[in-house]
Write a protein that binds this ligand. Sequence first.
Ligand SMILES: N[C@@H](CCC(=O)N[C@@H](CS)C(=O)NCC(=O)O)C(=O)O
Length: 209
Amino acid sequence: MSKITVYETTRFPNPARVRAALAEKNATDQVDFIEIDVMAAQHRTPEFYAINPMGTVPVLRTADGQFISESTAITEYIDHQFEGTPLTGRTAEERAEIHMMQRRAENLVLDAATSYFHHATPGLGPTLEINPCEQWGTIQKANAQRGLEYFDQHLQSRDFVAASQFSMADITLFYGLGFADFAKLEIPDSLVSLRAWRDTMSKRPSLGG
Ligand SMILES: N[C@@H](CCC(=O)N[C@@H](CS)C(=O)NCC(=O)O)C(=O)O
């Protein structure tokens, strides 16, 4: 049987989420990686659209040849495929809370910062940014700033984003903050709980610590 393959782009936030999930499971060496050069538009070719019609990385190919896109779906697969830290919860309550909070981390931080970057800044450049809408980007910038405040408050009384344990919700928020930094939407100094949470998370080996 062939190995699992992950199509990724180095230093991009969504592929980093999948790397973190694999690292939590000590499974990185059980996977082959294929680099997709987004800046050269390798994700906008007929070959790539055939494996992910959304034209985004990451994509995982199972050992049986099924293609899975969306970082959360890939993380679900990794969570069930490998032993190690449970990333998507065990009980019905944990699973629901982790799903809910990771979606908030996407919606309020990672996706908001990404939309700001693609729509209200030069983004990845004129060749790749084919439909920018500055007004949408500006709205998303304000949403991201509110998202940082929301998570600061949320983390005042918690060590982890969801279910009192490390999970994919922490992974999403961590890389959301990384991308927000990159887009120059840094965490204000006043958001001490969010900053402290990020410092703690950044020491985790799976998150680069
Ligand atoms: N919701 C998707 C988002 C994937 C995504 O947007 N990936 C970025 C790289 S981090 C991408 O492929 N961008 C290509 C582009 O913007 O053209 C996921 O969770 O995987």
